[in-house]
Design a protein around this ligand. Sequence first.
Ligand SMILES: Cc1cc2nc3c(=O)[nH]c(=O)nc-3n(C[C@H](O)[C@H](O)[C@H](O)COP(=O)(O)O)c2cc1C
Length: 265
Amino acid sequence: MGDIGVEPGDLDTESDAFQRMDSQCTDSTNRRGRGQEPDLALPAVPRQSSGMEFDLEQTDALLSTTRAVRKRLDFDRDVPDDVLLECLQLAVQAPTGSNNQGWRWMVIRDTEKKEALAEIYRQAGGKYLAAAARDADTGTQTGRVIDSASFLAQNFGKVPVMVIPMIIGRLPDSSAGSAAGFMGSIIPAMWSFQLALRSRGLGSCLTTIHLARESEAAKLLGIPDHMTQAGLLPVAYTKGTDFKPAIRPPVEEITYLDTYKNPIR
Ligand SMILES: Cc1cc2nc3c(=O)[nH]c(=O)nc-3n(C[C@H](O)[C@H](O)[C@H](O)COP(=O)(O)O)c2cc1C
């Protein structure tokens, strides 16, 4: 069962600044339209006087506002293959252990298969979500998250596209090294994919609930036993693009210098 914590993005409203950002992203996507040479160079950004390569305001906005989006996924707007593939081309720039590049991606558009996966998701997590919804105080952060997660569970089949990131092989054992090396060779790519989606006006939510029934999804999609699924990502354009940074603990409180618990500052 994945952590289904805070989802402040679901609570935000539209702002002019982010609408501007959205239209810029759309222009950039259109420039690389169908039939043109793929352009994997990062978009040209104004250099700062310090010689930095990136526009930090834009870069930091992307890194700090890419939220788990559930309620604001636009179920009615199509997601073209070109956009998906562009985001995946960026995603596979992510690091992999020993440079093994074992990522594979399953894109699901078929209505019946999406609904079947949604049902697997509900079978795997429905009881947990229902119990959590009963227990949660609706006015609290936890209550809002459970409400949001329940919404996704109920509506998962309506998303225009689902993506299942996979990695070749099975986790060899449960040691920290094996887990980090194996899952750490797919999760960074998943996050890069989510960042690339966000920069183009789309959103997603990393979910892992269905993995409790991974074999059922594998059977549905013809995925062989030697492939490991790493999650199930709903992919859609977002309703508005004005997502905000989440509340996180001050890093000084969770960062140590030289000795565990020795404050860095
Ligand atoms: C490993 C992992 C597993 C997750 N599994 C689920 C899931 O199964 N269902 C879900 O709705 N959200 C899931 N999430 C999303 C988290 O709930 C979300 O990232 C968290 O609440 C923080 O929200 P934010 O990403 O908007 O900051 C998962 C996130 C991670 C990193």
